[in-house]
Each structure stands twice: as structure tokens, then as C-alpha cells.
Write a protein that binds this ligand. Structure first.
Ligand code: DGT
Ligand code: MG
Ligand code: MG
Ligand code: MG
Ligand code: MG
Length: 268
């Protein structure tokens, strides 16, 4: 293409190439979801339709974009981790982040009906994005642990808070006062002794958030074939397929990483 005299403006673009060898994390967070949840009557403290829609949208991001090895979500946020050797879009932060944010947002709208049925989406939701680089496996794991610890702390607080309001008859101000200064053990105790709820048996997805990874699993399907004798029969066919699978488990400890050793690349 011939150059025009306007061509120099390209040099005003800033270089936002992500440092090599680092994991690139893109974290999205729903814009003003306090209001969005209120307006769409999300159940408190957790709305499974909303959480599953978030997960469905994240799955679409992993399937449509390249090089995402793991994603972790809770509340109105989702983090996507690009493998450290990724060269997708020349590792340009703005390209990666905007692709993640737009694919996620359009999926959230596209799949809304699958989870909310006839309940209308009242206005277009938005998500902010940020990029963070992590140079080591330890740093990346600590990042994911930080998000899961956040999920735990918030969910425990919200579970007790809304139990005190919904089942205990307290006003929101009274529940807030009751929880001031309490530790995890105190919250467990309130749930157990006053409401007969064992926090550890609450839904894993609420306590642990959702982790998405690629996994190869055998899938069995039936195929109609013609046998040597000429008659038709259904036979079982097994093939190994790579798909995005959801886990709702602890990712802070060693067990998850020992079970899935191929998520992380070695530190060099
Ligand atoms: P932001 O992110 O600064 O634009 O503002 P927000 O309002 O999105 O604040 P954030 O992201 O710190 O907190 C997430 C909000 O989303 C929080 O107010 C509770 C709401 N939310 C998320 N998941 C659920 C849910 O399952 N049920 C209900 N009722 N609310 C939820
Ligand atoms: Mg926020
Ligand atoms: Mg938000
Ligand atoms: Mg949030
Ligand atoms: Mg283009």
C-alpha cells in the first residue's frame, strides 16, 4: 500500500506489548452490578442463573479466543489467564483485553435467555477489564488464590448476613451490627447454632467460585453402522475430546494443581 502524508500518525500509537515469559491475566468485572443485580431481581446472596450465565460467557471466551489455559470467576468478575508463551495479537495488552471484554459482554447478552427465560434484560450490561502480568507460577497461583480467598470471605459474610435477615428477621442494619468484628469461626457458629446450617456443605460454586480448564476426556456416542451380515446396528464409539470443563473446588492448595499438571508451564 502506498504511503500517504498522513501515515505518520501511526507513530502516535503506544507500545503495550506484554513482557515475554509472563502469564497474562485479564480480569473483567461487571460495571455497577450492585444496581444491575437489584434491577434484575438477583436472589441474595447468590443467584445461580446469574452465576451460570457468567460461566457460560467465560466458556465462550475460552472457546473463541486463543491460548487461555484457565479462567476463574466469582460474583460479577472473571479472570482469564493466557499461557506465558502466547504470541496471540503480538501480546498487545489492549487487543487481548478488549477481545476478552467484548466477547464476554456479547455472550452475556446472547445467552441471557438461556438462564433467565422470559425475564427481560432491561439494559445493556458492561464490563471493565484490566491486564496484569505474572512472571512465575507462584505469583500466578497466588493471584488465583487471592481471588478465591476473596470469594470465600465475601460469600461467608453474605451467607450469614442474608440468613440473619431472611430467616432471623433482623433488619439489614441489625445484621450489619451483629456481624461487626466477627471472625470466620463466629460466623460459622451463628449459622450452625442459630440456623442449623453447616457452612461447609453450602453449594461449592458459591463457596469456591468457578474454575474453567481445558480437559481431554473420553466421550461415548452411538453410531449406526452396517454389519458384515448386512444388517444395521448401533455401536458405541469412544473418542477423546478436548473441552472446557467447570470445577467448583479449592484451587489454593496443591491437590488441584497436582491433578492438572499441564495447566502451568515450567518456570525457566
Ligand atoms: P463496580 O464494579 O465498581 O462498577 O461496582 P459493582 O456494583 O459492580 O461492585 P462490585 O463489583 O464490587 O460488586 C459486585 C456486585 O454485584 C455486588 O454489589 C453484588 C452484586 N452481585 C454479584 N453476584 C450477585 C448475586 O449472585 N446475587 C446478588 N443479589 N448480587 C450479586
Ligand atoms: Mg469494583
Ligand atoms: Mg462490579
Ligand atoms: Mg466485582
Ligand atoms: Mg480489524
Amino acid at each position: 500500500m502506498a504511503k500517504s502524508k498522513f501515515d505518520y500518525v501511526r507513530n502516535f500509537e503506544t507500545d503495550d506489548t506484554c513482557l515475554r515469559n509472563c502469564y497474562i491475566v485479564v480480569r473483567l468485572d461487571g460495571r455497577n452490578f450492585h444496581k444491575f443485580a437489584e434491577q434484575h431481581s438477583f436472589t441474595k446472596p447468590n443467584d445461580d442463573r446469574a452465576l451460570e450465565l457468567m460461566t457460560r460467557s467465560a466458556r465462550s471466551v475460552m472457546e473463541e479466543l486463543e491460548d487461555i489455559v484457565i479462567a476463574y470467576g466469582q460474583s460479577d468478575e472473571f479472570s482469564f489467564v493466557f499461557k506465558r508463551t502466547s504470541t496471540w495479537f503480538k501480546r498487545r495488552a489492549s487487543k487481548l483485553m478488549t477481545h476478552v471484554a467484548s466477547q464476554f459482554s456479547s455472550s452475556y447478552v446472547f445467552y441471557w435467555k438461556e438462564f433467565f427465560g422470559e425475564q427481560p434484560l432491561l439494559y445493556p450490561p458492561g464490563f471493565d477489564g484490566r491486564v496484569v502480568l505474572y512472571p512465575s507460577n507462584r505469583n500466578l497461583r497466588d493471584y488465583l488464590s487471592w481471588r478465591q480467598a476473596d470469594c470465600h470471605i465475601n460469600n461467608m459474610y453474605n451467607t450469614v448476613f442474608w440468613t440473619l435477615v431472611q430467616s432471623g428477621g433482623l433488619s439489614t442494619t441489625q445484621a450489619e451490627d451483629r456481624l461487626k468484628g466477627t471472625l470466620a469461626a463466629d460466623k460459622n457458629e451463628i449459622l450452625f447454632s442459630e440456623f442449623n446450617i453447616n457452612y461447609n456443605t453450602e453449594a461449592p460454586g458459591h463457596r469456591k467460585g468457578t474454575t474453567l480448564i481445558w480437559e481431554k476426556r473420553d466421550e461415548i456416542s452411538t453410531k449406526r453402522t452396517t454389519l458384515p451380515g448386512g444388517e444395521e446396528a448401533d455401536v458405541a464409539v469412544t473418542r477423546s475430546r478436548r473441552r472446557v470443563h467447570a470445577h467448583r473446588c479449592d484451587i489454593i492448595g496443591e491437590a488441584f494443581w497436582a491433578e492438572h499438571p499441564d495447566i502451568l508451564e515450567g518456570d525457566h
